[in-house]
Design a protein around this ligand. Sequence first.
Ligand SMILES: NC(=O)c1ccc[n+]([C@@H]2O[C@H](COP(=O)([O-])OP(=O)(O)OC[C@H]3O[C@@H](n4cnc5c(N)ncnc54)[C@H](OP(=O)(O)O)[C@@H]3O)[C@@H](O)[C@H]2O)c1
Length: 333
Amino acid sequence: MTSGTKTIKRRRKTQRPHAMWGLLRRSSSSGFSPSSTAEEVTAGIDGSGLVALITGASSGIGAETCRILVMRGVYVVMGVRNLSAGARVRDEILKQVPSAKIEILNLDLSSMSSVRRFAENFKALNLPLNILINNAGVCFVPFKLSEDGIELHFATNHVGHFLLTDLLIEKMKVTAIESGKEGRVVMVASVSYSFSYRGGIRFDKTNDESGYNRFLAYGQSKLANILHSNLLSSHLKEQDAKVIVNSLHPGAVATNILHHWCPLYGAIRAIGKYFVKGVEQGAATVCYVALHPQVAGVTGEYFSDCNITELKSHALDMDLAKRLWDFSLSLIR
Ligand SMILES: NC(=O)c1ccc[n+]([C@@H]2O[C@H](COP(=O)([O-])OP(=O)(O)OC[C@H]3O[C@@H](n4cnc5c(N)ncnc54)[C@H](OP(=O)(O)O)[C@@H]3O)[C@@H](O)[C@H]2O)c1
């Protein structure tokens, strides 16, 4: 992963639903399709010497991303709130890759004090940091305030990651200089950014139960991930820092993410798995953006199915991104 000019052809595509992943083999500018697995998109890549931090690595897309990065030789630190679930994932990976280098640290993204403690514990490991994957997330949860008094989607999906990135970005810049290897921040967003509240972010009502809609609250937090990614990318470009930042939609993936949504989710998931991606495909775009040489020097973009994808205008609104940045700073300081 070295810094350089953009090497990906700018063939943009719009979002569309996919069905029957196993049957799909669409060609694309990256050469990968919705059915490509994370193992396939990273085949032949040597990640040894790199250190990655993955949030929410105890299940779903994060766990599979962890498995694949480790398989490619990356030293992975898992940031998880459920240490025993994290240990189960680590032990499974160690069975497949006995030489794997994996650390587990406790991280609750909905709590700013936990995020600060985690960053201190991470720094105490004295590791460099090449790749930060902001993956953890909650989806469609009933209204709840975090311990810091922030609505739970916004607190977990956006504010926790905004604070974590703020605390670790200097380390990433230094690592990039000292190692001569480009750093990468990967924001796992969602196409749900399209469905946010009117105006994008409800700055004056983020924590109001009145008018709360769990679908729009999730969309708002995922829009915040993309706006954060775009503005951080532009700040780092201005500073000539050798760290790229991109956001992505992993696809519709059969994971536990929707268990709050519906009591029948287990049954829906059992049927739905034939129509949505498995985690093997769901982690593909994450691993591609985190590791693939085609992404070297590419920053401030949004990917899905391992290709740059056009964003709707509200997600490209840099005034909105600046307002969100200042608002987020006011929350974490
Ligand atoms: N699955 C999809 O169809 C889909 C589509 C678009 C975007 N995404 C995005 O993909 C990402 C990964 O989701 P997934 O589908 O893999 O779901 P998942 O299996 O539920 O994984 C989410 C992870 O986030 C962790 N997490 C939740 N709240 C946390 C907190 N406060 N602190 C630390 N970790 C926390 C979870 O930990 P616990 O196990 O302890 O709850 C879990 O490890 C999310 O950002 C999601 O928005 C998913």
